[in-house]
Design a protein around this ligand. Sequence first.
Ligand SMILES: O=C(O)[C@@H](CO)OP(=O)(O)O
Length: 237
Amino acid sequence: MTKLVLIRHGQSAWNLENRFTGWWDADLTEKGEAEARKAGQMLAALDADFRAGFTSVQTRAIRTLWLALTEMKRVWLPIEKDWHLNERHYGGLTGLDKAETAAKHGEEQVHVWRRSYDIPPPPLEVGSTYDLTPDPRYKGIDIPNTESLKTTLERVLPYWEQRIAPELIAGKDTLIAAHGNSLRALVKHLFRVPDDQITGVEIPTGNPLLIELDTNLKPVSVRYLDESRAQPLPPLP
Ligand SMILES: O=C(O)[C@@H](CO)OP(=O)(O)O
């Protein structure tokens, strides 16, 4: 059985401030760093032999993986960083306060923007403070101006198939440090979660999700390593 661990980054500054984040490069808070270290300690205690690692190009996920690997004494692990694992792009909501936006547009509308499967938030305006076009890490990349979970899945999935699945098929235990919505997209795919039920899947920060996969990459077991911070999981497919 091959082990796949999904870790959502530890708490970020904008998680703490309750702001829509998406592709904005909010860093970890001290609590987020502590969550990442604790995740690494739990992973170190696991009977696994991690041979491959993947993360996004966003600081909070990269640093979460690094802090965890440090605890695991495994900073030598080959890591691939790729924008396809980035958080879902929050479009014109990026940077706004979630509570203030709910007060302005209504709780229901904000819930649709946050959790509907295929309705994207309004697009980010060109030249906005949060336009990432000048950022060198995105040179040559067609940066989206908004994404739904569906369009996030549409860019995560080819990356999974081309880069991550081959490592798992080769029998390598694999770590992925990424984001609430890029990981929800992967969970939706792996567990065959219907479009209208993925809204119920919330992945906590810095709590490793251990999935054992058979040779067809079908999940045969799943659990959070920190049971005290676990959230409901979809049934095995
Ligand atoms: O702001 C964000 O980018 C995400 C993750 O923190 O938030 P949400 O819970 O709305 O998907």
